[in-house]
Design a protein around this ligand. Sequence first.
Ligand SMILES: Nc1ncnc2c1ncn2[C@@H]1O[C@H](COP(=O)(O)OP(=O)(O)OP(=O)(O)O)[C@@H](O)[C@H]1O
Length: 729
Amino acid sequence: MDFFTNMEQHTGVKLNDVQKQAVLHTEGPLLLLASPGSGKTTTLNMKIGYLLLEKKVKPERIMAITFSKASARDMSERFDRFFSSLTNEKVHFSTIHSFAFQVVRETLQKRGEPFQLIEGNVSDEELKKGFHGPDVPLHKKFILKRIYEDIHQKQMSEDEMDELMTYISFVKNRMLSGKELEKVSCQVKQAADMYKEYERFKKQHVPDRLLLDFDDMLTYAHQFLLEDTELLSRYQRRFEYVLTDESQDNSVVQHEIVELLARPHNNLCVVADDDQSIFMWRGSDVTKLLQFEKVYPDAAVMTMSQNYRSSKEIVEASNQFIKRNKNRYPKQMFTENPSNAPIQMQTFSNYDQQLTYVAEAVKAASPGEETAVLYRNNSSAVPLADKLDKAGIDFYMKDIDAKFFKHWIVEDILNFMRFSYNDQRVDILERIHTKFNGYITKKQIAFLKRTHISTSIFDVLREEDIPSYQDKNLAQAKKMFHEMNTMEPGKAIRMIRGKLGYDKAVTKMCENFGFNAEHLFGILDTLEEIAHGLGSLKGFADRLKHLEQLIQTSKYNKNKAPLTLTTFHSAKGLEYDNVYMIDLINGVVPSKDDMERYRSEDRAPMEEAVRLFYVGMTRARSHLELLSYNYKGSERVTESIFLMNVRRIIQPEGEKKKKAPVRPAVDLSDESLLKEGEMELGLKVSHRKFGAGIISEYGGDQIGIQFEEHGYKELLLAFCLENGLLKKE
Ligand SMILES: Nc1ncnc2c1ncn2[C@@H]1O[C@H](COP(=O)(O)OP(=O)(O)OP(=O)(O)O)[C@@H](O)[C@H]1O
């Protein structure tokens, strides 16, 4: 009996022709380009089985590399399911990081050079507490904090820490140095200098040991393999076959390590989907895949395009959608799966309605169905969790991020509320006095600290010699804090933000310290959402505690709750019956930065946003919904341009019922007129009334154009198109 018949009998899986060819191609380089749901993992496992059972390769001669520890476990489980009854031999699935660590440890031990790992868990509280004296705790974040403070003479914000960490990972994974470091954009000023200082610190600060972070594992392993030919050829001899899964997310240094290992026989099987590369921001590099045939002129390239996961509607729409991208291997994903429901798209009037809808829809799912709600940013998780909890729905949250609850904005709001209970507490006032319009100075706080307080602090201050404007403001503040105490929390937050001047103070901080205003105001909006419907300030504080705990413990609900909440990124490789993609608005999906860079001709981030959206769409087996809204709080937003793309795919222009314009002002067949399908960010157009401009936003029924002479204007798209108001320049 041949291998494939045997496999079919044992596992029930009948490989298709390309899958079979990929299994049989064991010698020489192979790039296996696989569409989502096309059985990558299945094929890779079968190939390993083939090497063991048919080619009698010893398992220790096979290097099977996966993207993360979780996918290594997943692969290993699948392998056991297929082959445990056929062979006792076990193949080790490893991440590149763990292999690199092995190389580094071995080399440094041999050289007698001690080392210390400086990356791992450190709580935000510990970090906030900081350190005193000259001895910096030997941890990446503390070291960066110290370097930042030395260079900028001020404290580093959490956002800046995240930014700088991403920058460092990126430059290391891309193997950048010298002038190239300056070219990488980073919100943190002098990031390249800080990076160089960080590298110097690690090598010199502790003379008796080398300090290494996670990314150093890769760069050092690469360096050692290049330097030590004996070491390299030992590993090369050991691993006769090298297979890597999810290779689209490998960084430059990871690709280099894999290439080195596979030499000279190059029995290298690279499984990848360039359309699912979503970690470019931290150094993954899809161009390496696109150049595979240049590196290996004798490479076989096979494409697995049949999707076994999703309904016809989902496969066809996603396949069309990804074609927006230019920088990709052309592929045609298809399926023989039957049709199911059409993809649903809804734009609600506001954010809360979207969440209410999700909660109701999830509740209505049939028993036994797996459902996921996917979002771009972790910040979407808290209001969603709040809504689901209020609706009595259990969930499993994939990437727990309870940072929200410890954020200083949340602390501030709680402190405002605490102070309203007792306006004699100098300790609380000290934390918020610069954040409302009471003009209370540091000196006044020091005075209050020295004074025995037995009445309202506001009265104490007003007894002193203070300017009349402050006296007036303190009297008002006292009244507001007093009223706040018995208010509904939603109202209280609005008063803090508005009349007490907190929003203004935050805006000022953003200007002074470069904080991300959108993010901070987003947190305040979320607090208002959580407060919605609650009766007391205490109830609000309790609710926050409850939510924090709920989110922390939701990770234990894996395989228990039929509902998963996850970011697009973490949904990679997974599948669900029903998928709801939420918060699909411009500024989030794609992000503001993606859009801005696209306008300035830097298209790579937008292409990555498209891939991320595609990963989200292709997680659904039978039911996919794309959700958006028009207002978040009082802010008008526009639905994601990607929604518009999908809508056009599902319902092409020609099929729409077009209302004839009452008075067609121009000949609509004129080729130079802008058509809906031609809209693109950055496209130069000319408006009949406002003249030349550039499309800088579109979504829903609006189009935003930056006009040369009339500034930025938002116009009704349908009106412009139907009346031929816009021409391509
Ligand atoms: N030849 C086949 N016949 C029937 N089902 C198959 C075949 N190959 C794979 N499948 C099934 O298709 C589904 C998707 O396979 P798999 O998870 O291996 O896809 P993938 O390519 O890794 O997906 P993604 O890239 O989206 O993570 C699985 O349920 C798998 O069992």
